[in-house]
Design a protein around this ligand. Structure first.
Ligand code: NAD
Ligand code: MG
Length: 336
C-alpha cells in the first residue's frame, strides 16, 4: 500500500505564490490557497477573459511576468500545450533564483519540454479531480485526493514544499500519494488512451454500430450501449465491480463474466501494451508535439469527423426527448 500523507507544513509557504492560469485547476488552486492564508497572485495574459472573474473573486491579477517576479513558488496551471512557450518567454526570465516551479501534470517536464535551471525545486501536486470539484469540496470542508512528486530537489525540501501546497489546496484532507513525474505522466496518458476516453468511447461506438448495422433502432442502440454506461459506472464508483454485479440481474452478470473477456481478449491486451510502450519510449509525446507545432491538423479533422457521427444526432435527440418527457431520467444529463 502506498504511503498516504494527510498534512503539510503551511509555514513553508510564507512567500508569495504565483498561480499562472485561472481555468479549471488555476481558479481552484488560487482560491483554496488564499483561503488557507497563503499570499497568492494570479498571472494571466494581457486581455485574458479570466482576468475579470479572478478579480471579482477578490484576487490580485497581473501579467505572467509580473506575477512570477518575486514569487517563492510558481504554479504552472496553463493548458499543457501552451506551457513551454509561456515558460520560455515569461516565466524563466523572471523567475527568482531559488523559486520553486509547480505543475499539476508531469507531461512537459517528463518529456523534456520544460527544463527549469538546476537551482529551482520542480514539484507536482496533481489533484485527482476536475478543478471545480477541487474548489467545491474544499469549501465544504473536504478535499480531493492528490498525487505529489518531485522532479528536481534543489532546496533539499522540495517534497515537504509539495506537501504544504497540497495541504493548502485541500488534498491533505483526502490524502496525498507520492509518485514520480514519470509514473503520473505515463499512467495518466495510458489511462485516458486505453480506458477512460479512447477505449471506452470506441467500445461504446462499436457496440452502437454493431446493433444499428444489424437493423436495430439507433435510439435503442444508443440507450443500451452509451446512455446506460453511466448507471453501471456509478455503481462501480460506489462499491466496486462486486457491488455493481450485485445490482444487475444474474443474466447480465453471467453475460458480463463470460463475454467481457471475449471482447477484451489477448489481442486487446497486446494492443494496450503497445500503447503503453509508445508512451514510455516517448513516441506518443513526439507525435503530439509535432501535431501541436503543425497547428493540430489531425486533431481538427478527427474532431470534425467525430461530430458528424450518427451517435451525436441520436444522442441529442434522446436528450431532448428526456428533457420533454423524462424518458431517460436524470442520467440523460451526462453532458452537463
Ligand atoms: P484550463 O484550460 O482549464 O485553463 C487554462 C488557463 O490558462 C485559462 O485561465 C486560460 O485563460 C489560461 N491561458 C491559456 N493560454 C494562456 C497563455 N498563452 N498565457 C497565459 N494564460 C493562458 O487548464 P486546466 O484544465 O486547469 O489545466 C491546467 C493544468 O492542470 C494542466 O497541466 C492539466 O494537465 C492539469 N490538470 C488538469 C485537470 C483538470 O481536471 N482539468 C486535472 C488535473 C491536472
Ligand atoms: Mg488525466
Amino acid at each position: 500500500m502506498a504511503t498516504v500523507y494527510r498534512d503539510g507544513n503551511l509555514d513553508l509557504l510564507s512567500g508569495r505564490v504565483a498561480v499562472l492560469g485561472y481555468g479549471s485547476q488555476g481558479h481552484a488552486h488560487a482560491l483554496n490557497l488564499r483561503d488557507s492564508g497563503v499570499d497568492v497572485e494570479v498571472g494571466l495574459r494581457e486581455g485574458s477573459p479570466s482576468w475579470a472573474p479572478a478579480e471579482e473573486a477578490g484576487l490580485t491579477v497581473r501579467t505572467v511576468s509580473e506575477a512570477v517576479r518575486g514569487a517563492q513558488l510558481v504554479a504552472v496551471l496553463l493548458p499543457d500545450h501552451v506551457q513551454k512557450g509561456v515558460y520560455e518567454r515569461d516565466v524563466a526570465p523572471n523567475l527568482e533564483p531559488d523559486a520553486a516551479v509547480l505543475f499539476a501534470h508531469g507531461f512537459n517536464v517528463h518529456f523534456g519540454q520544460i527544463r527549469p535551471e538546476p537551482g529551482h525545486d520542480v514539484i507536482m501536486v496533481a489533484p485527482k479531480g476536475p478543478g471545480h470539484r477541487v474548489r467545491q469540496l474544499f469549501e465544504a470542508g473536504a478535499g480531493t485526493p492528490g498525487l505529489v512528486a518531485v522532479a528536481q530537489d534543489a532546496s533539499g525540501g522540495a517534497f515537504d514544499l509539495a506537501l504544504a501546497y497540497g495541504a493548502a489546496i485541500g488534498c491533505g484532507r483526502a490524502g496525498m500519494l507520492e509518485t514520480t513525474f514519470a509514473e503520473e505522466t505515463e499512467s495518466d496518458l495510458f489511462g485516458e488512451q486505453a480506458v477512460l476516453c479512447g477505449g471506452v468511447c470506441a467500445l461504446m461506438q462499436a457496440g452502437f454500430e454493431t446493433l444499428v448495422d444489424a437493423g436495430y433502432q439507433p435510439e435503442i442502440a444508443y440507450y443500451e450501449c452509451i446512455n446506460e454506461l453511466k448507471l453501471i459506472v456509478d455503481l462501480i464508483y460506489e462499491g466496486g465491480f462486486t457491488h455493481m454485479r450485485d445490482s444487475i440481474s444474474d443474466v447480465a452478470e453471467y453475460g458480463d463474466l463470460t463475454r467481457g473477456p471475449v471482447v477484451v481478449d489477448e489481442h486487446v491486451r497486446t494492443t494496450m501494451k503497445r500503447l503503453l510502450e509508445d508512451i514510455r519510449n516517448g513516441s506518443f509525446a513526439r507525435e503530439l508535439i509535432a501535431e501541436e507545432e503543425d497547428g493540430r491538423p489531425r486533431l481538427t479533422a478527427l474532431r470534425r469527423m467525430a461530430a458528424r457521427h450518427p451517435v451525436e444526432s441520436v444522442g441529442a435527440e434522446l436528450r431532448e426527448l428526456a428533457g420533454r418527457e423524462g424518458l431517460l431520467g436524470a442520467e440523460a444529463h451526462v453532458r452537463s
